[in-house]
Design a protein around this ligand. Sequence first.
Ligand code: GLP
Length: 263
Amino acid sequence: MEVIIVKDRDEGSELAARRLRNRVSSKPASVLGLATGQTPELLYRKLTEWQDSDPVNFKQVITFNLDEYMGLENSHPESYHYYMTTHFWGPLGILEDQRFIPNGLSKDPQQECLNYEAMIQEKGPIDLQLLGIGRDGHIGFNEPMSSLGSRTRIKTLTESTRKDNAAAFSSKSEVPYHVITMGIQTILEASEIVMLAFGDAKAEAIKGCVEGPLTSVCPASALQMHPRCKVIIDEAAAKRLQYQSYYREVYEKKPSWQKAEFV
Ligand code: GLP
């Protein structure tokens, strides 16, 4: 796990956006795993803005989303389908047959999970998976006590996640209880993972993810098993980490060939 502590959200989003662009430049038919939430919004905005001055060809890219609420229409402003249309697929011109997201309206949700997992196996592996993190350490919608060997399936959200995500709905009672999410094992099969986290509210979860014991109590701790995972965090999210100064030193002393990943 490579922990990169940046000054703020802007610097972190820029680094992650550069990594993603580099991935797509060097492999135009990249398979990207994408996250939703407030965390990656600035990253997506930067990617979109850079297309005007220095375009990269996204035409062959295939995208898979981590998760979706069950029971929300695609046109619902809080559905992840709507989020992706607004922040990524629309602005970057990802065509319908190249973008995948679980269908939370499926009449047979269990079959939908199997189909989604099979589609990832068919088109994958995912070259680069972006992740955010919930305050309780969830990745995708893999809440605490999710099996570390899990694959795409239906999950029930915790009370705290429903509360955190309620801000964008008109009331908490509108937040669905059920979701479809890639599993932890599905996520771990990506060739490379980039996690982003900003702000005090994520400090506890980042502590568990980076330095905590490997445990399903903090699903993000499973990332410690991944051979190529970058965790890009601001100072507020890093504040509980024991080895902060070591992570900074590793990054400052990085050999130039490794720095090229972000150029
Ligand atoms: C949701 C999403 C996650 C996201 C998390 C954090 O639960 N399913 O993929 O990482 O929220 O969201 P935010 O970035 O808004 O803090």
